[in-house]
Design a protein around this ligand. Sequence first.
Ligand code: SAM
Length: 250
Amino acid sequence: MGFTGRSFVKALTPPLIMDGIRWLRKGVPDQMPLDGETGNSARSFDHQETVGGMWDEIGELQYRYLVDNGLKPHHKLLDVGCGSLRGGVHFIRYLESGRYYGIDKSLSLLDAARLVELPRYGLTDKTVHLTCRSDFDFTVFGAKFDYAIAQSVFTHIPWNSILRCLVNIEKVLQRDGSFFVTFFEDKNGEHRTRTITHDPGGIVTYSDQDPYHYEFDVFEELAKRVSLKAHYVGNWNHPRNQMMMVFTQQ
Ligand SMILES: C[S@@+](CC[C@H](N)C(=O)[O-])C[C@H]1O[C@@H](n2cnc3c(N)ncnc32)[C@H](O)[C@@H]1O
């Protein structure tokens, strides 16, 4: 990922001044709050709030979960929709240098990751592979992965984009690799045309708009089309009631 002069200047400019500049332009911020996890204000860009806040809790949760499920320092990890490295900073600290790969469609989040979070966590001496793209083409890294994770990503995209992601993950996942993915669950398809308010967290999800809920068997079906297998995990103590599943090679 390269840095433009603009993104570098933005990273060095105090947030309040950047807010003021955006306000004067009367434009939308370059990154709207994502999520079922919502940011504080649609007019400010805070890279931690933009990925949903709860920075320490959700960052440590995903790191601890993968380590408990076998992630070792020598493994290669792909972080799909890595954002500003909420989980990434923990993974990078734990993994051997050069073993962490992150991909995200938002350049401003990746800029914040590199220019703010990596220095803040004292991780600038580690080799980190970050790329900005939205097509889920993971072959650009030229690597095969033991582990992959998409934390709060399938919660924001329609099933045809999920299929694209699965088609591509299948190409880069080691034979015994695992792809851990979180999702908002519509148990038994009871809410195909209705909203769900999730507890804990109070996030409202939809069948046909962001943030999305899905029945697990939708993922089973998509996985079959690309020679993957979807395994239900369920509750993993996510503070906003996102469930966990894992995709493996068949
Ligand atoms: C709620 S944030 C979660 C970020 C990170 N996984 C975490 O736990 O902090 C969702 C992320 O998915 C990214 N994203 C959504 N669609 C994407 C796509 N098609 N390709 C790459 N990244 C995408 C967004 O830019 C955002 O950073």
